[in-house]
Structures are given as C-alpha cells and as structure tokens.
Design a protein around this ligand. Structure first.
Ligand code: WT7
Length: 650
C-alpha cells in the first residue's frame, strides 16, 4: 500500500545491527545466485563432528521431491546447544524460567542445563530408548520440557511434542502415528493458579489399544504436590530416574539429514500431519534467523512467549537461542495472571531485551486499555517480534507505542511449521517496517505469487504464495508418508513449495500475508483444519452434517463458526449447543472449541452434493452482499434461512 505508514530503520540500528540494508541486499543476492557458497559459510556457525563437503542437494520435482542440506556432514543438535558453550559460557544463564506463580523463577546456567540433559538422556536410555526411536513429549512450560528435548536429540531419539492443550484423543492419534515408545509428561500442569491433569490425559490416551501397544514407559515430572493414578508397569517418576543417572552422556554423532523431530500440524484435509525436520539444515536455519531477526547480541535477555508444543517454541525458545549461546526466557504462565500486567512485570523483572509474541496476545491486552501493563519498566526492550497470524495495523501501532514505547522496531515474522524458521520478515537493522506487512524475504528464500493456473505474477499484485527453491530449515517429509508430503506441498503448482497462504506484493516489493487460501483457519495463532473440527462434530450422534468456517474475531483473529444439521429426531436446544461444544473440546482440545454454532436445516449444496463453503464463509463474515452466484445451488432457499438465523449479527 503506497499510503501505508513507514517506520524507517533507526540510524543507531543501521550502524550497529548484524545486518543493515546494504548487507541485506548483498547477502540476499549471493544466497540466491550462489547458495552453495552462501550456506557453506553459514553452516560454519555450528560445530560439526565431520564437516560437510556438499551443501545443497534439493529437488522440488513432484516425481521426486528430495531435500538434502550439508548431507555428508555429521553433528549433534544438543551438543551445539550445550557442550560447545561450556568452555566460554558455562556459568552464563541459558534458561530463565518464570513460573505461573510470579514468586517462582529459576536461572539455569549452561553448565546446569548440560548436566540435567545428560542425566535425563541416560535416563531415557535406561528405559530402552535408542537412536531413531520416537519419544512423545506432552508437557507444561517447565525446564524439564527443554531438558527432555535436548536429551532426545543428544541420543539421536526423535521427539514429537504434543501441545499440552490437546485432548487425550488427539494425543493418542499422535502417539500411534509416530509409533512412540515413551511419553514424557508431568502429573499436572499449572495455568493461572489452577492445576490441569496432564498425566490423566496420557492415561486416557493409552486406553486406545493402538497407542497402548506402542508405549512402554510414561515418564512423569512431579510439577504439583498432588496425587495421581499410577500404573507401576509403565509409569515412572522423572525425579527417580534422574536421581540415579550418570551425568556423563556423550552426544551421538548424527548425519545432517538424520530426523531430529516430528511436529504435527493441521492441513485442509485428513488427519494432522507429522512433519519431519532433520538436524543440520534445521539447526543452521534456526540459529541464523534467531540471531538476525532479533539482532541478538551476547548478553541479551530474549523472551519468546510461545509454547514448546508449537514450532515457534522449538525454533525460538530452545534450538535457535541455545545454539547461539543466548539467554532464553521460558514462561509457564498466561498474560492475564495474576493480572493483565504480567507481561510487563516479567519484562521488568528479567530486563528483557527482545520480546516475541503473537498478535492475539497483543489484541487481548489492547482491549484492557493503554495502562494495562501498569507502571512496569519496559526500558530494557530493544526489539519486538510478532508471529502466528497477520498483525492488523491497529494492533501493530499499539504494540509499537505501548510496549515498544515508540522506540523498538517490530519484526513481523511470517513462517510455518513446515518452514522450520522465519521466511519473510523486516530485519530490524535493514528493512523499514510497514504495519501489517511481513515485508522482505530472508536469505535464501525466493517467494513468488501465482495465479490459479500457476503462472508467476510480476510486480504489485495479489496471488498464491509459493516458494521457488529450498532453504535449509524446510521440512523434509511427512513422517511415514512421503507421498502425502509431495501431494500436499508440491503438486498444486509444479516445481514450487505451496504455502497455502495468499499474499499481496506492493510496489516496494513488500509481501503482505492475506491469510490461508485453503480450508485451514487460524484461531489465536493456532492452526486448525476445518475438516478436523467437522469430523469431530459428525462423530456426535445428534449431528447429521457439519460445516466449519472462520469468521473475523476481535481478539482471536479468526473465530470458529459452525453450521450443523441435526439428525432426524434431535431437537435444537441450548443444552445440545453446550454438549456439541464440549464434544469438540474433548475430541480435539479447548483450542478447537466453537465460538458460534448455528443450527442449519439445510446446507447450501451444488447439484452434485458438494457444500458451497464460499457461501457459508460469506454468511459467517456477515457479508451477505457478496454471496456471488447461488443459482447453481440444488436448493437456493436454504441460503435465506441461513442468513435469517445467522449468529452474532452486527
Ligand atoms: C500459518 C502457519 C509461524 C509459526 C507459528 C505458526 C500464519 C504465521 C504469520 C505472520 C501472517 C502468519 C500463516 C501460516 N502465519 N505467521 N507473521 N503473518 N500470517 O505456525 O501453526 O504452522 O501456522 O500461520 O497462515 O501459513 P503454523
């Protein structure tokens, strides 16, 4: 947008940041024209057991998608996050842990963390975990989560983290899908002073025969002094295991392309996919993007508010920061507890320099008014980040003014679980920011916009956002289903990686992400397949048919709007509404809880029986004028009924 406000790079940052505009342009050009030299140099930011001689070997050819980076090198992720720092920064704090209760916090040095990781790695081995085995982590935001991640990668086990807000059903599906041998959890987690029964959810997940058949150990951290059901043949306390474990555990030598972790995410169809990330390329990319995006310098205190259950927590709480020898703050709590000033209090308490959060959190604070952070001292802040969904310009301005005190650049980072790290972002010393624009590509990233026929569009335009060539952090496959990986990402537009997002490019070449172009919605920065929510709903005996779409929501970005047609014999009632909502929560988790449910006697369908979601989306968006052509509907009158009974009318 030519009329949008521009926030130029400050002279100070242009002079002192790792990357200024001149450097950005020169490095970007080299990263595209000579990726082998560029990434060959960047790869050296890690310690390799055996140095690589090959750098890039990648193909997006749909017949043979094959992505390898640094393929003949060997290394270990845990070693790069811990051991190599011991000589120079053993006594530096690696993780500042801030508990749910503001009186609880802990500083863990690199030396402490190394010891804790080695002990737990040996504990995993004592439970039979070997290189290549999958370990599921279902954990709260406590130091043991990071310890468990680094212990897995230390011994070459592949971790699969399942967000603690997912239901037993969702957990069971992910345990089965990854054939996970061990689950690490805690007895309870703490959220806003209340305990949440995590271990009980694991027990329920293991009532599923297929999940139970995989798992031989459940390792339980005692987070809360409270009783929990116990099964001696599988359950074991974390504390007992590490008490007897040796602190000597050399890091396993891993090939660059050895799997490092699996992370499940939702797509437009089918069950969630377990994306596979590998060691060398992922680590190089996570470390490099963390350093440049936040202009991270030695001694800085960095805080990312994500949960380790999402990719942001993997790349930007644990692996990127620790590979850089950073001090990374890990927060167990929520922004509204004990009151809405918590973010400010934590920034003040730990003198945070870089702060990375999601637009939904900003909007929630914004609703509380400008003095929401009270008299918190925010003067330590230098750089702000945003991630997870488009940040609307109002929220951007508020973030800049109230948290950034008109002083800190905002780095709006567009990326995905699949990309492993940030892809499009304004580097703080290089790129003038426009509120709402993710702006320019990171090194090695070649975005393009395509029309529906797959033609590349030039200049200022809208289109489907694709990436033309590989970057090191990219996911290599879907766990156990490479064909689905190819189908999902490389067949719609041949020769490109399809992101599933739409974007606009302005006359300055800045990218503005406009949102998903598929049946994926983004609720409070959580990605959800509408098909998943629909299949949860139709599993309820009262539901004949369900259609789920997103609608604009002031705080969540998108809310979940559900249309249900009831089975004959069931009556509409408030009770049934409640029951359906509870049903989705128990099938998927509270994050999938429908915001609005409309009983629909009929769905708008084509004559061949396909639900016309475009129409349902428009009705949910309160945009009746733009319904488009409804003449192809089998029964156009259903639309009138749907409009008449629309929920939440403005
Ligand atoms: C989807 C990916 C990125 C890690 C956390 C979410 C949306 C993410 C932005 C942004 C606009 C964004 C996209 C993307 N998204 N960041 N800065 N601006 N949209 O990872 O769960 O894999 O979701 O989130 O739609 O495709 P994810």
């Amino acid at each position: 947008m030519s009329d949008s406000k521009i926030y130029p790079v400050s002279d100070e940052l242009a002079a002192t940041a790792h990357i200024n505009n001149e450097k950005y342009l020169a490095m970007y050009e080299q990263s595209i024209n000579d990726p082998d030299t560029f990434w060959g140099e960047e790869g050296k930011r890690l310690d390799w057991f055996k140095p690589y001689t090959k750098v890039k070997n990648t193909s997006f050819d749909p017949h043979n998608v094959d992505i390898r980076w640094f393929e003949d090198g060997t290394l270990n992720a845990s070693y790069n996050c811990l051991d190599r720092h011991l000589a120079t920064r053993g006594d530096q704090v690696a993780i500042i842990w801030e508990g749910d209760d503001p009186s609880e916090s802990e500083n863990i040095t690199y030396r402490d963390l190394h010891e804790r990781v080695c002990k737990f790695a040996n504990a995993l081995k004592s439970r039979g975990v070997e290189k290549g085995d999958v370990v599921t982590l279902y954990m709260p935001m406590i130091p043991e989560a990071a310890v468990a991640m680094l212990a897995c990668t230390r011994i070459g086990a592949v971790h699969s983290i399942v967000f603690g807000g997912f239901s037993p059903e969702a957990l069971a599906a992910r345990i089965e899908g990854a054939e996970s041998k061990v689950v690490v959890t805690s007895n309870y987690s703490l959220r806003a002073g209340k305990s949440v029964p995590l271990k009980l959810n694991v027990d329920k997940a293991l009532e599923h025969e297929a999940a139970k058949a995989c798992v031989d150990s459940v390792i339980v951290v005692k987070r809360v002094e409270q009783d929990v059901a116990w099964n001696d043949s599988v359950d074991v306390w974390y504390e007992d295991l590490v008490a007897n474990a040796s602190a000597d555990c050399p890091a396993e030598e891993m090939e660059a392309e050895a799997p490092m972790f699996i992370l499940y995410t939702s797509g437009s169809t089918g069950a969630p996919k377990g994306l596979k990330h590998t060691t060398g390329g992922y680590m190089v990319y996570a470390a490099m993007t963390h350093e440049y995006a936040f202009d991270y310098k030695d001694g800085d205190i960095y805080w990312c508010t994500a949960d380790v259950g999402w990719v942001t927590g993997h790349s930007y709480i644990v692996y990127g920061p620790l590979a850089n020898g950073a001090t990374s703050l890990m927060f167990e709590g929520v922004p509204s507890y004990p009151d809405n000033s918590r973010f400010g209090r934590v920034i003040e308490k730990h003198k945070v320099n870089q702060f990375y959060t999601a637009p939904t959190a900003i909007r929630a604070l914004m609703q509380q008014g400008e003095d929401v952070l009270g008299d918190s001292d925010l003067s330590s802040l230098r750089i702000l980040g945003s991630v997870g969904e488009p940040i609307n310009p109002e929220a951007w301005e508020w973030y800049y003014r109230i948290i950034g005190q008109n002083r800190c650049p905002i780095v709006d980072t567009w990326w995905q679980t699949e990309t492993g790290g940030m892809m499009i972002l304004p580097l703080p010393g290089a790129t003038a920011a426009k509120p709402g624009a993710a702006s320019r590509p990171f090194f090695g990233v070649q975005p393009a916009l395509l029309d529906a026929d797959g033609n590349e569009l030039e200049g200022a335009t809208d289109g489907n956002l694709v990436i033309k060539d590989s970057w090191p952090g990219q996911s290599r496959s879907i766990w156990g289903d490479h064909e689905r990986f190819i189908q999902t990402y490389f067949t719609t537009y041949k020769g490109y990686y399809t992101t599933g997002d739409g974007a606009r490019r302005d006359e300055d070449g800045y990218y503005w992400i406009t949102g998903r172009v598929d049946d994926v919605i983004n609720v409070s920065g959580h990605r959800m397949g509408t098909a998943e929510v629909e299949s949860a709903l139709v599993a309820h005996p009262a539901v004949a048919e369900a259609a789920v779409v997103g609608y604009p929501h002031e705080v969540k970005g998108q809310g979940i709007y559900v249309y249900v047609t009831l089975q004959a014999g069931f009556e509409q009632s408030d009770e049934l509404l409640k029951e359906l909502r509870m049903h989705v929560r128990s099938e998927i988790g509270p994050i999938a809880s429908p915001d609005l449910i409309q009983f629909a006697p009929g769905m708008p369908k084509t004559r061949s029986g396909k639900i016309m979601r475009r129409i349902l989306r428009k009705i949910a968006e309160d945009d009746f004028g733009a319904l488009g052509d409804t003449s192809t509907l089998a029964d156009p009158s259903v639309v009138d009924d749907l409009i008449e009974h629309r929920m939440n009318r403005k």
